[in-house]
Design a protein around this ligand. Sequence first.
Ligand code: LLP
Length: 427
Amino acid sequence: MNTSLNATLPGQPHIAYSGDQLLIEGVSLSELAREHGTPLFVYSKAAMLSDLAAYQRGFAGRQAQICYAMKANSSLAILQVFADAGCGFDIVSGGELARVLAAGGDPAKVIFSGVGKTRHEMKQALQVGIGCFNVESEAELDVLSEVALSLGKQAPVSLRVNPNVDPKTHPYISTGLKGNKFGIAHEDALRAYRHAASLPGLKVVGIDCHIGSQITDSTPYLDAMDRVLDLVAEVEAAGIPIHHIDFGGGLGINYNGDKPPEADALWAQLLAKLDARGYGQRQLMIEPGRSLVGNAGVCLTEVLYLKPGEQKNFCIVDAAMNDLPRPAMYQAFHQIVPVTPRPGDGVVYDVVGPVCESGDWIGRDRQMRVAAGDVLAVLSAGAYCMSMASNYNTRGRAAEILVDGTKAHLIRQRESAFDTFALEQLV
Ligand code: LLP
């Protein structure tokens, strides 16, 4: 554990020690824990906007729409931050669309991805006039055309193509390989485009690909871009114009010394390729999620008990796999640091939660000097934590705070036990 009192933490420019206090922007994390209790998610607005600015710099002078992939963190106030900054949204359900509208997002800047859109969701999206459907199969084309015609509309569509490149990330978050359920195979794409163009309820507007998540190397992106541009050329040669090119999301963040390219540096490389192949002035779309919010958030958790053992020492905290599912699901690493460090070397612990599963761990083999009652900050918890949280073990979901400078706004109240069963009925 980092117990030194020096400045910022790696990959977390908006989270820093000042004396013996860990601050997010200008707010003390131990004070937030005292006031609101734990587990508590705390996000920095400045961190999100600075991560967004890297993309905006990268696209300066280009026609590009950034559609925040809201599955990473779909809290209304966070959507509001991105909507106010001009972003559109990449959604994957009717529920996410309802959130965008509730947060004041512009439906015309919404793109709807996902392999299993229902007729009801298609209808809902057509009625509010979303920007584009990213269609993932030929069967979906037929259904979408039918639904659009029943409303007297034409659905704007982009085909998600599967470029069959390896993003070199965790297998559960690779999406652009042949064996994945996502997208239309590269070799079937031209046929699918011809089919789409023939359907009266559809209007072909674009092409889309998304190859995976937590990608830390630019090579898979460059390879995927070549494959996608080859297809654009083929499809347009067949007389079907492609208005926009969507390169999905997937850029990784620094969890544990990972060194992904900065968004602007990645896009300098990708735009150079687009320019070289004559597509530099096309309308571009991207769907970043994690890289806009992941390192903007922490989860505060209190140490409940220290339990020394023969083989392992356990540090039992009040956050669990229902709050922070990534370690249990992907063996993911999150840094864990004290909000008020104690001097000394400490002991090696497994940091675990109260849930009744051996898979309920948050960090393994972490050297820490801690005592019961201390508050720890689990870092890089802005993406795919709260949005994947559950009520397992009838644990209410955590509260959330958005920090803006020296102000801390409560953006979601802590769920009570009653909230977790409010929709249930006795027979
Ligand atoms: N677009 C599409 C079509 C996607 O499926 C995803 C993520 C994104 C964009 C955003 O990808 P990002 O920029 O966030 O990498 N729960 C996993 C990650 C699942 C990603 C699913 N799709 C995790 O915690 O690592």
